[in-house]
Design a protein around this ligand. Sequence first.
Ligand code: HEC
Ligand code: HEC
Ligand code: HEC
Ligand code: HEC
Length: 214
Amino acid sequence: MKLAVWAMTVTTVALVAGSASAQIIPGDPGSYPSVGIQNSPHNLNNYPGVSIEGNQICLPCHTPHNALLEGEENVLWNHAETGESFVMYSSTADQPEGPSKMCLGCHDGVTAVDNYGGSGGTGIVITGSAAIGSNLSNDHPIGIAYPTDRPAEYNDKATFSPGINSGPGVQLVTLSGLDRVECTSCHEPHNNGLGEFLRAPIQESYLCLQCHIK
Ligand code: HEC
Ligand code: HEC
Ligand code: HEC
Ligand code: HEC
């Protein structure tokens, strides 16, 4: 009995020590934590003043029926679109499309976070550094085609490493027939295991080096 208790204590200590020293090792997806929406800032119930009917965490972004967006952007999108006009990184770039436009439906800092299903929402908007705003000229470029003709500067997308749960890591988004860099190239809005909803660790700039050869 005493021995059993001792053994249990040793195991517990080892487990605690194991989790305390748990460390994200870039390139080893087995070391990437997984944190679902429920316990992340994308559970809108966690946002001060906001409460989602029936605690349905998907609802601010998706609906099973009568989605607000169709076609290319068809992920049964339920959130109001941004009405902002954006200043892009490059003056020749088009206004945000696809998943990037979806993100900016909340991160423009103007559209209410709980304006979904055509409800109009309460007027509560994102403030502070998570409000990317409408000036994207000081943010990493989005809406740009990924260069395939500069193999000395940009990795082939076939070399991108797996992400959380060995799912897709950094990815390109195909829009209008082109492989592009969009918000969801670096971010996975459904999992916050690596922090900042990133698809690859920022440690050692691993995320950046997936694409850039530097
Ligand atoms: C804060 C917004 C947000 C919330 C909350 C959210 N999603 Fe999404 N979801 C997105 C965005 C943006 C896309 C499109 C970009 C992409 O594919 O990641 C998407 C795409 C998807 C897709 C299609 C692409 C894929 O990743 O398989 C599925 C399926 C999905 N979501 C399921 C869910 C479910 C189920 C929930 C609730 C448990 C949920 N989402 C909650 C933003 C959200
Ligand atoms: C329905 C509204 C909504 C949509 C759509 C949405 N977000 Fe968010 N997001 C939020 C809120 C609210 C927060 C918390 C902001 C805060 O804490 O100030 C947040 C936080 C974040 C954070 C910071 C996470 C952290 O760990 O602090 C990132 C990164 C992020 N979102 C990226 C995205 C990306 C990329 C998309 C599109 C794929 C997206 N979001 C779509 C509402 C949204
Ligand atoms: C090239 C990769 C990349 C792209 C593309 C990208 N992000 Fe990020 N984003 C990051 C990294 C890395 C961080 C964490 C470091 C930081 O806070 O600057 C971050 C942080 C954030 C945060 C949290 C900022 C804070 O201080 O709370 C939000 C919100 C966010 N991104 C939204 C977006 C949205 C919306 C888009 C598309 C318009 C986008 N990101 C495109 C890499 C990217
Ligand atoms: C998904 C691939 C991808 C990821 C991940 C990525 N980038 Fe980029 N980055 C690009 C592309 C593509 C361009 C634009 C290239 C062009 O059009 O010349 C770019 C442009 C840039 C530029 C501007 C270069 C210029 O000439 O204006 C900088 C600086 C930069 N990235 C830094 C970073 C950093 C830092 C990170 C990590 C936080 C990062 N990138 C992650 C693909 C990526």
